[in-house]
Write a protein that binds this ligand. Structure first.
Ligand SMILES: [Ca+2]
Ligand SMILES: [Ca+2]
Length: 238
């Protein structure tokens, strides 16, 4: 079944380990469950992220991969091949710089690699559009023959008839610390926020105090809005 490590090529892309998020780090989860018999498939989750975020901390997690096929006119499947894929190949993260549109993943894949005939080929694409909505697709899908272990017959050549991939994409919005109103810019509105919130933050703090950007050492926050927070806005202006 290691031949079906092709799924890795679908999912393991250019992700990197992301840095920690800043204030107001809302996370949106986009679940997907797509099945193709060779047709293009799309997923368009309904919940957007805030497109003003400076960065998007993204995590892709594939939770289930299921195939069906035919061998000697015998239907084969549903075969859950998830456990055949190394766990590290089922998850990946990347910190993407805004503003949107940003491409979360764009990965053409072919399995097995040429010159063998392709058992599975497709292009995987996921993006965050200018309004913060996610769009995913699996296009140009070709399902062919793959070598599979089909108990009790052992290794046989199965002509794939369908491929189902289930998982989720999590996107955490990361704002510049001095962007107190999460507008995408550090400007007069953030300056006014700091002046308006001057003094001790309301309790509980955090998370009640977006204007508490930093402290006297610049290494954290102190539940007070004072000159250091004002300077942080001026230093982050733009
Ligand atoms: Ca702002
Ligand atoms: Ca402060």
């Amino acid at each position: 079944m290691t031949k079906l490590r092709t799924i890795r090529a679908m999912t393991a892309t250019t992700y990197l380990v992301a840095a920690a998020a800043a204030h107001g780090a809302a996370t949106v989860t986009w679940n997907f469950d797509v099945t193709t018999t060779g047709n293009d498939v799309f997923f368009d989750p309904a919940t957007p992220v805030n497109p003003n975020a400076a960065e998007f901390d993204t995590t892709l997690q594939v939770t289930q991969v299921i195939v069906t096929g035919v061998w000697n006119a015998i239907p084969i499947g549903l075969l859950d091949v998830t456990s055949e894929i190394p766990p590290a190949d089922l998850t990946a993260t990347e910190l993407l710089a805004g503003p949107p549109p940003v491409t979360v993943v764009e990965a053409p894949f072919v399995y097995p690699p040429p010159p063998d005939p392709a058992g599975i080929a497709a292009t995987i694409f996921t993006e965050i559009d200018v309004n913060g909505f996610g769009h995913g697709s699996m296009t140009g899908v070709t399902l062919g023959d793959v070598q599979m272990n089909v108990p009790p017959f052992g290794a046989v050549t199965v002509t794939l008839t369908s491929l189902r991939v289930v998982g989720l994409v999590q996107v955490t919005e990361v704002f510049a610390p001095a962007d107190t109103d999460e507008s995408g810019a550090v400007d007069v509105f953030d300056l006014l926020n700091v002046l308006g919130d001057w003094g001790a933050c309301d309790q509980p703090c955090p998370p009640s105090c977006a204007s508490d950007i930093t402290n006297s050492t610049g290494t954290g926050t102190d539940c007070n809005v004072n000159v250091f927070d004002l300077l942080a806005v001026l230093n982050g202006w733009g």
